[in-house]
Design a protein around this ligand. Structure first.
Ligand code: FES
Length: 569
């Protein structure tokens, strides 16, 4: 790592002046107002590291950001630059309606414009909860200034009757038991208080942890920083070092996110995603990040990589362990080391070293093979995610095969179709619902352009009467997403979605559907004439009067395979 700030490189407070038609007056006015904050001449003469702070009372995962912020500032000051924090939108996953994804692009726009508009020479991005990190990376790629990500880090686990619990795979496991009548109301209430007990992001390899590992692999965060638990002192040291490194990045044009996100580094990130059996959401975010960088992102390439990238990490929701175990086992550097021969080692990172050079650095401790496997003995020889294509999903859909009952990955069954989330809620537990364990549950109108705005609703509940019989998994298909903490034979992100006129909209209860993960196929077994007849009968939905961000979103959002970004970004 090259040391020290490039103090001459940054424009500091004189950068990007407000335009009054007189640049000298603009500089004078800005200095005058900056002085009102009590800064000395020396402080105001330094280059500026902006710190995008996403602390919010509506984001439990970022509860510890005030302490992390102090550490980032300390690092910036130690490197001789001036740290100035600024707020941006924060997205607390469970506090947003209809879903946090709808606001990811808004956060990306907010963050991008503030990085660009303010006199910032480099920026530290403080994020963590699911959509915050992709939003910040999308923003930083577009903004074009040096940037470094420091994530919140995962929660530590809680305890219930001697059992370790972590949000939110165990939330779903206990809720499924409650729905099946296995545990009562008193017990589910007791568990509720033990699932999320510390600051930090979900304790398993959900979307937040997946994105943290991906960002470290992309070279946009410090090595080993992704998995440090939120409450661990090492997280504060990583925050301090991130501040220091941001100052050192000032003027380093070859180390901006725009320069570091390349076709090769995106491919490395996909390898990491597959090896950690990470969240399906990451494919949407990677597609958006790649698109911002002008890099192609092809789901068929995902399949090629998936066939040669083994699952190496034994973590929930697919395996047995938690993020705190992953950190202790060696974290991202240990996984990269195992993947070495599959990676593009010449990719540069914000450290100033290539990924290959970082991999050669010794690990702090021996790798715990019960959590991170050696290549010779993988958890699963095939990658965790694949894309399937066919008459039901011409532009693709995603299956997390590592999280499914393997028997269901080759399956033909009768469709039970729900036309919306409201329809699903109304009928899924009805005692008279005609459904068997071999049927395929289909949810329509939950994609990006739907009113639901692509929520994490793809994990359709097992109908209560089947759950009570002990049925744990069924094939479920939708244009929605799935929480990274969920599991099952779930087919997601069907594109084009029903609300955009995709064939999913034409599926009817009683149709046959065939899923073959081996052949990478997803087909609606209905003949072309019948499909054409159904399409001609389909009425245009009533147009809805929209305003504000809702209108911007609906007019411009892209499909899942394009990252659900806006067409103008
Ligand atoms: Fe924030 Fe899961 S709710 S990461």
């Amino acid at each position: 790592m090259s040391d020290g700030p490039k103090r001459q490189a940054g424009a500091g407070l004189a950068g990007g002046l407000t335009n009054y038609g007189d640049p000298d007056f603009s500089a004078y006015l800005r200095r005058s107002f900056a002085r009102s904050m009590g800064y000395s001449d020396e402080a105001l003469g330094r280059p500026i590291v902006g710190i995008a702070n996403t602390f919010s009372g509506f984001n439990n995962c970022h509860r510890h950001f005030p302490e992390m912020l102090e550490a980032v500032k300390r690092g910036v000051l130690m490197a001789g630059a001036l740290p100035l924090e600024f707020p941006t939108i924060s997205l607390g996953e469970v506090f947003l309606n209809p879903t946090s994804l709808k606001f990811r692009n808004l956060m990306a726009m907010d963050t991008e414009e503030m990085i660009r508009a303010q006199p910032i020479d480099a920026v530290v991005l403080m994020g963590g909860c699911d959509k915050t990190v992709p939003a910040q990376i999308m923003a930083a790629v577009s903004a074009g200034k040096p940037a470094i990500q420091i994530v919140a880090g995962p929660m530590s686990t809680g305890r219930y009757r001697g059992e370790r619990l972590g949000a939110c795979t165990d939330c779903r496991r206990f809720w499924a038991r409650y729905r099946a009548g296995d545990i009562d109301r008193a017990e589910i209430d007791a568990v509720e208080g033990r699932l999320a007990t510390t600051a930090g992001t979900c304790a398993v390899m959900g979307t937040a942890s997946t994105m943290a590992c991906i960002v470290e692999t992309l070279g946009l965060a410090l090595p080993r920083s992704a998995a440090i638990p939120a409450t661990h002192a090492d997280r504060l040291r990583a925050a301090e070092e991130s501040g220091r490194r941001a100052a050192a990045l000032i003027g380093a044009t070859g180390l901006t996110p725009r320069a570091l996100v390349t076709e090769k580094s995106i491919e490395n990130a996909v390898r990491m995603l597959l090896a950690i059996s990470g969240s399906t959401n990451a494919l949407v975010h990677l597609a958006a990040i790649a698109r911002r960088a002008g890099v192609p992102f092809d789901l068929r390439r995902l399949n090629a990589l998936s066939d040669e990238t083994p699952v190496l990490v034994n973590l929930k929701p697919v395996g047995a362990n938690y993020m705190e175990d992953f950190f202790a086992a060696g974290g991202v550097p240990a996984v990269l080391r195992e993947l070495r021969d599959l990676l593009h080692l010449d990719c540069m990172t914000i450290t100033g070293k290539t990924l290959g050079e970082l991999i050669e650095e010794p690990l702090a401790e021996p790798v715990d093979r019960s959590v991170i496997s050696a290549r010779a003995e993988p958890v699963d020889p095939d990658g965790g995610l694949v894309a399937v294509f066919g008459s039901l999903a011409p532009r693709g859909a995603i299956v997390k095969r590592a999280a499914a009952d393997k028997r269901l990955l080759e399956h033909e069954g009768r469709a039970i179709v729900f036309s919306s989330l409201a329809d699903l809620a109304r009928r899924i537990d009805a005692p008279d619902l005609d459904v068997t364990p071999d049927d395929i549950l289909v949810l329509q109108n939950a994609g990006p352009k739907s009113e639901a705005a692509m929520p994490e609703a793809g994990y359709l509940p097992i109908p209560r009467k089947l759950a009570a019989q002990g049925v744990k998994d069924m094939v479920r298909i939708s244009d929605a997403r799935m929480s990274g903490t969920a599991y099952g034979a779930i087919v997601l992100h069907v594109a084009p979605e029903a609300a955009a006129g995709g064939p999913l909209a034409l599926a009817r209860t009683g149709d046959r559907i065939r899923l073959s993960v081996r052949e990478r196929r997803l087909d609606l077994l209905v003949d072309d004439a019948e499909i054409a007849a159904r399409r001609s009968e389909t009425k245009e939905p009533d147009s809805i009067a929209r305003r504000g961000y809702d209108k911007l979103y609906h007019d411009h959002v892209l499909q899942a395979d394009e990252g659900v970004d806006f067409d103008f970004c």
